[in-house]
Write a protein that binds this ligand. Sequence first.
Ligand code: HEC
Length: 149
Amino acid sequence: MTSHAVPSRTRVLVLIVGAAILAGAPGRAQDAASGEKVFLQCKACHQVGETAKNAVGPKLNGLFGRKAGTIEGFSYSPANKNSGITWDEATFREYIKDPKAKMPGTKMVFPGLKDPKQIDDIVAYLKQFEASGKKAGIGPAGKLATVQQ
Ligand code: HEC
């Protein structure tokens, strides 16, 4: 019998606490609050939320899971309308890094977000908004809270 062996229950606890601290460390997780600041770069053209209207660009409620070019009442370019894209995290990340590369001919005049952290944060921010513009309220922070209990 080795006297220095840590009882396994204690070891499991240490692991759980360690993971919670890592996940909660600032700047590591996707961050909807920081995403709101990133969205300032989009706000000249896009709106989100319950009162959102189409402007220079279409409203961005309920983005993930819907087909590109399908917001009613917005006049899309053929490039967007016929892109065949369904917005999910992967397609959106590629697009927002360099919109004209992902979608040649788009009329979105935006050079793209080059900082991967900004892309993480804008994804977290936009994911909050359901198609109605209401906030779903189960962001990464919500999941984190359950893990930490
Ligand atoms: C200068 C105006 C402008 C800015 C700034 C801008 N956009 Fe756009 N965006 C547009 C326009 C216009 C379209 C429609 C493009 C088309 O029809 O080709 C568009 C389309 C989109 C679409 C596709 C929507 C759909 O329904 O298929 C997404 C997603 C999007 N923008 C996200 C963003 C995000 C996120 C930002 C900020 C990081 C941003 N845009 C900044 C003008 C802009």
